[in-house]
Design a protein around this ligand. Structure first.
Ligand code: MN
Ligand code: MN
Length: 471
């Protein structure tokens, strides 16, 4: 090869390096020291996820960690000063935290918002019935599920029963190794020839998602003796009657544990990564934050899986109320703070799944181990229901993440006409807050046992921290 030709080739290489957008697997960008930090981060996340099977537990656990990190409850009317570490509960099912910054709130806040509710099976208000001398709890599923995934797996029951005297009884059955667990039965394959012909959405009906809870009849000769025996056990253990179940929130969740996945242990399997993996990233970042320039706010919201509705969802005025209480001592109108704020809506996206490549457009779909997935828009069809972040906000975010050495990638929820989804982003944007979606890519999203890559969990934590620390 002539010298001239060699120079030409290297020039082409240089130009390629300069102009092409090349992505690298996150592990090719990680040094040994950071690899250890990553592993430690994920062990802590696994502990948080294990302790947080419901939105109430996720909040309880977060408050515990926050108090250890010097956060105190923020009461309306209280004065604030830079460095103050504050939190406010929303009905035990949502949580907002803030670290007050050096700049006034009139210059905006840095907000990150994740949700802590996950798809599950809620008990109906009158759940208990007996049939075939077996007792069952009827359920009503919460959030988007493939019903066939929720039968024949072990389940736990978590929640609370509110009594008429104003007290509550917390219930958690199936977590302790000595506890019994529950399950929903499915038809044996030998008799399933009709069922197997049905569409996947109809093979298991919503009304057959009934948990098996008992089989021994109460001694005597009356009717519904198995149901009576179950009620008698509930009364002995918790002092509750069938009527008390009306004012209860009891959630059946998968009893599948949190485990490393893969020979290289590079993935984590668990229930509720969506969206506790991003909730943890936010929580950890704000708990470790020193006094920032801009006030940092972390929102852990409930009810995202059913449209962010209700008093504990992101559409609730509870968030505005918290922010207004922060602004008031500084004489800042809330609207001024919002219009100058930046929000990262931290929610999971789908990871490209090589087993189902046909639903994704490879160039724009997030991949496992390529870092936090930034989603310019979610929505369905023509971006319907999307926040669709503006170019300037994305530009700002790119600068922040690159400045902090975060491994990140762009994420789009599948092919254009394939389906879609939403997050809390649109409800932040409605408040006149510049908002962008970003989060951990997930495999088997909304299944009883979802899978995430450790590298992406860690990079999401690192990204949120960088956002909070922006100048
Ligand atoms: Mn989500
Ligand atoms: Mn979801």
């Amino acid at each position: 090869m002539s010298e001239e030709k060699k120079t030409e080739q290297s020039q082409e290489e240089l130009l390629r390096k300069q102009l092409f957008y090349e992505q690298k697997n996150g592990y090719d960008r990680l040094d040994t020291a950071e690899r250890l930090v990553l592993e430690a981060y994920c062990e802590d996340y696994k502990r948080y996820l294990s302790a947080s099977a419901t939105e109430r537990e996720a909040v309880r656990e977060a408050v515990l960690l926050a108090r250890q990190a010097g956060f105190r409850e923020f009461l309306p009317g209280a004065e604030i000063a830079p460095g103050d570490r504050l939190y406010r509960l929303n009905r035990g099912k949502g949580l907002m935290l803030a670290v007050v910054g050096r700049r006034p709130l009139s210059q905006g806040a840095t907000i990150t918002a994740a949700h802590i509710d996950s798809p599950r099976l809620d008990l109906k208000p009158l759940p208990l019935f007996e049939d075939g001398e077996m007792a069952f709890f009827k359920t009503h599923y919460y959030g988007g599920i493939k019903k066939y995934q929720w039968v024949t797996i072990p389940m736990e029951l978590h929640g609370t029963v509110a009594l008429k005297d104003g007290t509550s009884v917390d219930i958690c059955i199936g977590r302790d190794p000595d506890d019994p667990q529950f399950t929903i039965t499915d038809l044996l394959i030998h008799l399933a020839s009709d069922q197997m012909q049905k569409k996947a959405s109809e093979a298991v009906k919503g009304e057959s998602l009934n948990l098996l809870v008992g089989g021994v009849p109460y001694a005597g000769e009356g009717k519904e003796r198995v149901k009576l025996a179950v009620l008698s056990m509930l009364f002995d253990s918790y002092g509750i009657t069938e009527e008390d179940l009306i004012s209860a929130e009891l959630e059946a969740v998968p009893a599948l544990g949190v485990r490393d996945v893969g020979l290289d242990r590079s993935f984590i399997g668990g229930y509720g990564h969506d969206d506790r993996v991003c909730a943890y990233a936010e929580l950890r970042a704000i708990l470790e934050l020193e006094t920032p320039e801009t006030t940092a706010v972390c929102v852990l919201a409930d009810k995202e899986e059913i449209g962010s509705v209700g008093a504990t969802g992101m559409r609730s005025y509870a968030f505005d109320c918290f922010m207004e209480d922060l602004c008031e001592p500084q004489g800042t109108p809330l609207r001024r703070c919002f219009e100058n704020s930046l929000c990262v809506s931290a929610d999971v996206c789908n990871a490209f799944d090589p087993l189902y490549p046909e639903v994704s457009e490879k160039r724009n779909n997030a991949r496992a181990n390529y870092g936090i997935g930034i989603c310019k828009y979610t929505g369905a069809r023509g971006k319907s229901g999307a926040n669709d972040a503006d170019a300037e906000t994305l530009g700002k975010l790119r600068a922040i993440l690159d400045g902090a050495g975060v491994v990140w990638q762009m994420a789009e929820l599948g092919k254009v006409d394939q389906g879609g989804g939403g997050t809390v982003a649109q409800f932040m944007a409605e408040r006149n807050i510049s908002t962008v979606d970003a989060g951990v890519p997930v495999l088997s999203m909304h299944a009883p046992w979802e899978v995430v890559a450790k590298l992406d969990c860690y990079m999401t934590g690192k990204a949120i921290r960088a956002v909070y620390e922006r100048s």
